[in-house]
Design a protein around this ligand. Structure first.
Ligand SMILES: Cc1cc2nc3c(=O)[nH]c(=O)nc-3n(C[C@H](O)[C@H](O)[C@H](O)COP(=O)(O)O)c2cc1C
Length: 285
């Protein structure tokens, strides 16, 4: 059974390669972790420590960037000679001479547990995808996967690198306050139009509002498996149904306690949606 090796946060793991990926330099801690003597790895391709759990797409992104004179951060699981493994966050950058890439350097540090948890899932998805797709398709899949969460690759890495525990909410970039306040604003606007006697007022369905669309876009996330998430969706549906009922009754000339109760309950329902959401995001795996 292979085991995970501990990476000391006080150490900087360094290696360098030529433009073909052959190792030209490795520091002591690199060799200690990988379990190779320096002379064993000098001149060898860097994939000597490649772990099969890392999708090809990650290395494609890495090589495209550095050969283009750019830098990149990547989360990488490496395999030591013994079969054990260790996770690092690598900062990879080219050394340029007369506008050409001469050598490439990688600095590595350990990664936090949260980043590991998230990255393991995404990499597993990509490795599986790569069984039947090309590496370019896999890169597109990753970019698209992150774009659906309003993240670029660099933003994604940055978020996962935060020292504090990153919540699901931050990782998927949802602004709860904006959605909450938008519901209040739309509601006030609709109630005003009802009061002004406007005839054609359309109350959007829950799935039509921006929050409803966001709910749909995250339906595969792990936090949607919990009761708080079902409660979020239910409260959101109820809110839209109550607003629709209010508009329809008011337009029919109804007034009185039932209508007032409906109107008064709308703000509470909005609060309820986002309390459940907070719970779903903060306490669910
Ligand atoms: C400076 C530098 C450092 C690299 N470090 C690693 C590394 O630590 N682990 C790794 O698997 N690949 C690393 N690579 C990428 C490898 O060169 C290679 O692309 C990768 O292992 C995939 O190999 P494969 O396409 O033969 O499967 C590094 C590349 C460069 C330029």
């Amino acid at each position: 059974m292979s085991k995970e090796l501990v990476v000391d946060p006080n150490e900087l793991i360094v290696s360098m390669t030529d433009t073909k990926g052959k190792i030209t330099y490795a520091n002591d801690i690199f060799c200690t972790l990988a379990g190779y003597k320096k002379e064993e790895i000098m001149g060898k391709p860097h994939n000597i420590i490649r772990h099969p759990d890392i999708p090809r797409a990650v290395f494609k992104l890495l090589w495209d960037r550095v050969l283009n004179g750019e830098t990149i951060y990547a989360f990488v699981k490496n395999q030591a000679k013994s079969g054990d493994y260790y996770w690092v966050k690598a900062y990879v950058f080219p050394i340029m001479e007369n506008g050409r890439v001469e050598e490439i350097v990688s600095y590595r540090k350990p990664i936090n547990d949260y980043a590991k948890k998230v990255i393991v899932q995404i990499y597993a998805l990509l490795v599986d995808y790569e069984r039947s797709h090309s590496v370019d398709e896999s890169v597109a899949f990753l970019v698209n996967y992150l774009a659906e969460r309003n993240l670029t690759y660099d933003q994604f890495i940055e978020r996962l690198s935060m020292d504090k525990q990153v919540t699901n909410a931050e990782a998927i970039n949802v602004d709860r306050k904006v959605h909450h306040d938008t519901h209040l604003i739309v509601k006030s606007n609709i109630l005003k139009r009802v009061k002004d006697g406007e005839a054609a007022i359309k109350v959007p369905d829950a799935c039509e509002c921006e929050f409803g669309k966001w709910c749909e876009s995250v339906r595969h996330e792990s936090f949607t498996k919990c009761t708080s998430w079902s409660n979020t969706l239910r409260a959101h549906e109820q809110y839209h149904a109550n607003l629709r009922e209010y508009v329809s009754r008011a337009k029919n000339g109804e007034s009185g306690d039932r209508l007032r109760a409906l109107s008064n309950g709308l703000d509470e329902k909005i609060d309820e949606i986002f309390e459940y959401l907070e719970d779903a995001l903060d306490h669910c795996e």
